[in-house]
Design a protein around this ligand. Structure first.
Ligand code: AOF
Ligand code: ZN
Length: 366
């Protein structure tokens, strides 16, 4: 079997896995294809945490034919008992002859043990076929499983001069329909969506997912140190989505009680006047929220960046200039004195999103 064949089938495994991105919770996105004598005999994807892993579905489809077959899997087969039994043992029981893996599993409970267990049984294992594609697909999982902190993607929509609204506060719409549709896909692909209280007070958003295909609504997180959130806000009155408000230890107890009575969860984060964002991320990680889409406003974006808590940045720019000294910008924080101190992005990618420009990168914290 040559490398081209391996890439061909691994690409298929990646493609079917990609469609399940956003629905596996803190679990990775994984695809599996079983091939024998030039025929695909099994295909599987991990669909939901607590249900079968990709290999289990694919091997189930292959049945007895799996004996002597090659199993292509985008992530190292697991070797541990989690919510489901180890995939390694399932592959061994099926008597597969060869396993091709895209990337190792960073889960400390697996991390190499899956591959060595298969080799121990005399199975031929190749690792690293389309490795980067698999790692990119699981960037959220990779962070959460090794740190227990959520992977945070910041998404902004601004004019070319970095304004998220005009000086009168008008922000409908900065970017066009294609960019806005992409944002709803991004919401689907994160477990939570986070905004500052300023955004809620200004726009009264619903913060749900409205995509052209059925999609999942992430948990809503509002950063609101002093609990200014009105009981009449749509994020409160719409009870169909879980809402968590992050407050400081100084927030008024009676307001907290009335929000809780309205169905909102209030989480205290530190004893300072403002929410301690690091503590907030730890607590959200404990709640098994593995990924967060941060959607502003500028103050929260700035504070999260200063705290080094943003993992990935997606800046949508509309090709227009609004100006305005007082118009709010994408990042409001004091900033650095020297250009040399600026936070740089790596792996920068520039793409068009309809008539808008999307710049993606990963901040490097010094
Ligand atoms: C695989 N194939 O399709 C997935 C894997 O609680 P569990 O049983 O679902 O186990 C979750 C862990 O198993 C997860 O953290 C990751 O290490 C691995 N996920 N492994 O072989 C799959 N989803
Ligand atoms: Zn598994």
């Amino acid at each position: 079997m040559d490398i081209l064949n391996d890439e061909y089938y691994m690409r298929l495994a990646l493609e079917i896995a990609a469609k399940a991105a956003g629905q596996t919770g803190i679990n990775p996105v994984v695809g599996c294809v079983v091939v024998k004598e030039g025929r695909i005999i099994g295909i599987g994807t991990h669909l939901k945490r607590g249900t079968g892993h990709a290999e289990v579905h694919a091997l189930q489809m292959a049945g007895d034919e799996a004996e002597g077959a090659t199993v292509y899997v985008t992530l190292e087969p697991c070797s541990h008992y989690g919510k489901t039994p180890p995939c390694c043992e399932r592959i061994i029981a099926a008597k597969a002859a060869r396993v091709v893996v895209a990337a190792g599993d960073p889960n400390p409970q697996v991390s190499g043990k899956g591959i060595s267990r298969l080799r121990e049984e005399g199975i031929d294992v190749a690792v690293g076929v389309l490795e980067q594609d698999s790692q990119q697909m699981n960037e959220k999982f990779n962070k959460y499983i090794t740190t227990k902190m959520p992977f945070v993607t910041l998404k902004t929509a601004s004019t070319l001069d970095g304004k998220i609204a005009s000086h009168t506060g008008d922000s409908r719409w900065v970017t066009g329909a294609v960019a806005r549709e992409q944002v709803h896909t991004l919401r689907h692909q994160h477990e939570a969506i986070m905004v500052g209280i300023g955004t809620v007070l200004a726009d009264d958003p619903l913060l749900n997912t409205r995509a052209s295909v059925p999609a999942i609504n992430p948990v809503r997180i509002i950063v609101d140190s002093t609990l200014r959130l009105p009981l009449s806000a749509r994020v409160v009155t719409d009870r169909s989505i879980r809402t968590i408000v992050l407050a400081s230890g100084h927030a008024a107890v009676d307001k907290r009680k009335s929000l809780e009575a309205a169905g909102v969860e209030v989480m205290e984060c530190g004893n300072e006047a403002k929410v301690d964002l690091e503590i907030a991320m730890q607590k959200l990680g404990e709640l098994e929220i593995g990924s967060i889409l941060l959607e502003g406003g500028g103050l929260l974006n700035g504070a999260m960046l200063e705290a080094g808590l943003i993992d990935k940045i997606m800046l949508y720019f509309a090709a227009k200039i609004i100006g305005g000294e007082q118009a709010p910008g994408t990042f409001s924080f004091n900033g650095f004195e020297k250009m040399a101190d600026a936070i740089e992005l790596e792996q920068v990618k520039v793409e068009m999103a309809g008539e808008d420009i999307c710049v993606t990168g990963y901040p490097v914290y010094k």
